[in-house]
Design a binder for this molecule. Structure first.
Ligand SMILES: Cc1cc2nc3c(=O)[nH]c(=O)nc-3n(C[C@H](O)[C@H](O)[C@H](O)COP(=O)(O)OP(=O)(O)OC[C@H]3O[C@@H](n4cnc5c(N)ncnc54)[C@H](O)[C@@H]3O)c2cc1C
Length: 361
């Protein structure tokens, strides 16, 4: 059964065939027992992997709050787009913190009055995603999409997130879009205040009207939908283990996003669940010396220069504004020492494959 194909640069998946294939594989595996019921209690004396996804049932949410000691799970209700630093036109942007507070963590993208007006008109008329019923009402309180804020009046943004003040004299600048560093390596930046419900194509079209972002590479678009995930940077280590417990989280609830990313987190979590199990098994010293690390109960942490390792590192490292992350070259945090993007990506892919091959062998 063929469930996926390459569509341009993206991997397109027939969702029904894909789920059918995964279900079939699991059903055929003699080592897996399937129990089809909602889980609402976790016995944390036993080694457990929780992989209940972005729509984790409310019964289990309560249990996860108890396990993690968090009074609320994150709702990915409002994420702003993220762009790569190397795609920002720095000849049209400047680095500074408003009122000189901080250490110039922001890249500022100025617009003249004419540029702002053109951007504004497209923003308020751009096509939006329709929300599901369960995503409406209450969930987005206190967090308004940028297009909604703009609709309240042409000056709402220039007195709000786009206000051109706190930077000293800026000449004919009428509005300033701020980009905030999103990863510790400084290769990714998120658009401050740009949580949005616009369709992805519309985000690219409208946000690229900001002069410094005319060629911006969006590695994530803004979204506003329900998405349950835990505060992994605080709670998990790079093995997806809830620190100091028998519980692992995998899939989107752990803060990765996408099919392949969820699978990769499941692989790391399950290898480490086996290692944790073996740690408590009584094995003679003689046998221990002959065993692989995993059998000895040692953690399996993938190198950060592989995508599996980079994702695990991303979700378990601190972030000001943690949002689920998909696989992308930006999280490798490589310096800009390449002549072209192609050269860089080829280098990163080759190195990752070499490391992965050494793990396999
Ligand atoms: C419309 C849409 C389109 C998408 N398209 C793509 C795409 O093209 N490419 C891509 O890479 N990603 C895509 N994604 C994202 C992708 O679907 C998710 O990142 C991925 O499925 C997450 O996997 P998961 O195993 O963590 O969660 P899920 O796939 O959601 O699986 C979790 C399972 O746990 C079950 N569950 C929840 N609570 C309980 C409970 N208490 N007890 C027992 N079971 C429970 C759920 O019913 C569900 O079956 C898309 C998402 C959406 C919503």
């Amino acid at each position: 059964m063929n469930a996926g194909c390459l569509l341009g640069q993206a991997l397109a998946v027939d969702r029904d065939k894909f789920s059918e294939l995964v279900t079939k594989k699991i059903e055929e595996n003699p080592y897996i027992e399937i129990i089809k019921e909602e889980v609402t209690k976790i016995n944390d004396e036993e080694i457990t992997i929780i992989a209940t996804g972005p729509l984790t049932s409310s019964g289990l949410e309560e249990e996860i709050k108890r396990l993690t000691g968090q009074d609320r799970l994150f709702f990915y209700d409002a994420a702003a787009p993220i762009v790569t630093k190397e795609s920002i036109d720095m000849s049209k942007a400047f680095t500074a913190d408003r009122y000189g507070k901080g250490e110039s963590d922001y890249i500022n993208c100025p617009m003249t009055k004419l540029e702002y007006e053109a951007f504004y008109n497209e923003l308020i008329n751009a096509e939006r995603v329709e929300l599901h019923n369960f995503e409406n009402g209450g969930l987005f309180e206190g967090c308004m999409p940028i297009e909604e804020m703009a609709r309240r009046g042409s000056q709402t943004l220039t007195y709000g997130p786009l206000k051109p003040v706190g930077f000293g004299k800026l000449g004919d600048v009428y509005a300033v879009v701020q980009l905030r560093q999103d990863n510790s390596e400084g290769t990714l930046y998120n658009m401050v205040g740009f949580q949005t419900n616009l369709k992805f194509g519309e985000q690219k079209r409208v946000f690229s009207m900001i002069p410094a972002l005319h060629d911006a590479e969006f590695i994530k678009y803004g979204v506003m939908h329900r998405n349950t995930y835990i505060n992994s940077p605080k709670l998990l280590d790079a093995t997806y283990n809830l620190k100091g417990t028998n519980v692992f989280f995998a899939g989107q609830i752990s803060g990765v996003e996408g099919y392949v990313e969820s699978i990769s987190s499941g692989l790391v979590a399950s290898l480490n669940a086996i290692a944790l199990y073996n740690k408590s098994a009584s094995i003679s010293d003689d046998l221990l010396n002959k065993l692989e690390d995993i059998m000895k109960g040692k953690n399996i942490i993938f190198d950060k220069h592989t995508m599996i390792g980079a994702l695990a590192d991303y979700i378990s490292s601190s972030h000001d504004n943690f949002q689920p992350m998909n696989a992308n070259f930006g999280i490798f945090g490589e310096e800009n020492r390449f002549k072209s993007k192609q050269e860089k990506y080829e280098f990163l892919s080759k190195r990752a494959l070499e490391i992965i091959s050494s793990y396999i062998s």
